[in-house]
Design a protein around this ligand. Structure first.
Ligand code: SF4
Length: 362
């Protein structure tokens, strides 16, 4: 394993990002091979356990209640529905299930208790369990850990500077605080972001500076390409080119040498050759399944065909870290504290978010 550098500067990262492509690919592939098996790719399934109706204003997200999109919302799924989906995912080669709920933050109560039961249920299927539920307190992180959670996802999304142009309902610092709460447990951290939201290359580097400075660095980092959805403030932004995606994946691999770098949203727009170059540049994780929360994703059979073509194998679960034990609810040390944490609400005006909201009202 390579020693991890945490004090990357934006300039150093930009110098990597802007290298001639062949040099960048060679350097990234070298780091990748030194730290990972280049023929193994982790396959995760993303399950939207509660869709739509979110009170936040993330400019890229069709699940924000304030924008008018075609998303069909649903209430929290039942534990048995989740179990059935997890079994399906396992039979098609996934080693991890990531459950996403369109919440601003976790609230103690019956819905969270139900999510904890989902975590126990999936962990008992010998799959890695990840959750993305919004902001969480230390006690909530402890309860998830006790239930057997393997990873918690909370993306930084972009650089601290550009974050203010994307979201006004919570601050960048809230994101870091949630990650810190997760770090107080043995749950691993999954955190990454989105490119193609109109940010500058400097912002991509800025996001990597922030991710690299976390100690330890996230165990998993999704790199998403914006999928512009009609009705959202970013509906008219042109998609990023595959070359930008390859550069971002390669740079992420160099800056976060031990992390699983995940190709996430935007994969439907990539050719097989484009995806292969991303794997060569250090991506070693994908989301499988025909939907990524609400946006389209390649069919799992297509993915397996691509794996066969490239000689890639899906990674087994718990390769990087042992399976956690699930503590049953009645033996839990950490109880529902009916917490009502005050997360920040900067509420500054973001013009395109305001416009999309006004359009939705009409
Ligand atoms: S990204 Fe998450 S927090 Fe933001 S609006 Fe969508 S569901 Fe809500």
């Amino acid at each position: 394993m390579m020693q991890t550098k945490h004090n990357w500067t934006k300039e150093e990262i930009l110098a990597i990002y802007n290298k001639p492509m062949m040099e960048l690919l060679y350097d990234a592939a070298t780091v990748h091979r030194a730290n990972h098996n280049p023929n193994q790719v982790q396959v995760s399934t993303l399950l939207s356990i509660k869709t739509g109706g979110c009170p936040e204003d993330c400019g890229y997200c069709p699940q924000a209640a304030r924008y008018h999109t075609d998303i069909e919302g649903n209430d929290l799924m039942s534990v048995s529905q989740v179990k059935a989906q997890a079994l399906r995912a396992k039979s098609s080669g996934s080693s991890r299930v990531c459950m996403g709920a369109a919440w601003r933050n976790v609230k103690d109560g019956p819905e969270f208790d139900s999510v904890l039961e989902m975590v126990r249920t999936i962990n008992k299927l010998d799959m890695e369990v990840c959750c993305t539920l919004g902001m969480i307190t230390e006690n909530q992180a402890m309860r998830l850990a006790e239930a057997g959670l393997y990873a918690y996802n909370h993306n930084l999304d972009t650089s601290e500077d550009y974050y203010k142009d994307v979201i006004s309902t919570r601050a960048f610092k809230d994101r870091l605080d949630t990650i810190e709460n997760v770090r107080k447990t043995n749950v691993t951290v999954c955190s990454g972001g989105i490119i193609g939201m109109g940010e500058a290359i400097e912002d991509r580097a800025g996001m990597l500076v922030a991710l690299a400075s976390l100690s330890p660095q996230p165990e998993s980092t999704p790199i998403n390409a914006l999928v512009p959805v009609e009705g959202t403030p970013m509906e008219e932004i042109a998609p990023v080119s595959i070359w930008e995606m390859i550069r971002m994946v390669a740079t992420t691999r160099i800056v976060l040498p031990n992390t699983q770098v995940r190709l996430s949203a935007g994969r439907t727009q990539m050719s097989q050759e484009g995806q292969a170059m991303c794997f060569f540049a250090g991506a070693n994780s994908i989301f499988a399944g025909d939907k990524l929360l609400t946006t389209p994703n390649p069919d799992v059979h297509e993915d397996m065909k691509l794996f066969e073509l490239l000689g890639l194998q899906p990674m087994k679960p718990f390769v990087k870290k042992d399976q956690p034990q699930s503590v049953e609810a009645q033996y839990s040390k950490y109880k529902d504290q009916a917490e009502k944490p005050k997360w920040t609400r900067p509420d500054h005006k973001i013009e395109r978010n305001e416009l999309a909201k006004a359009k939705a009202k009409l």
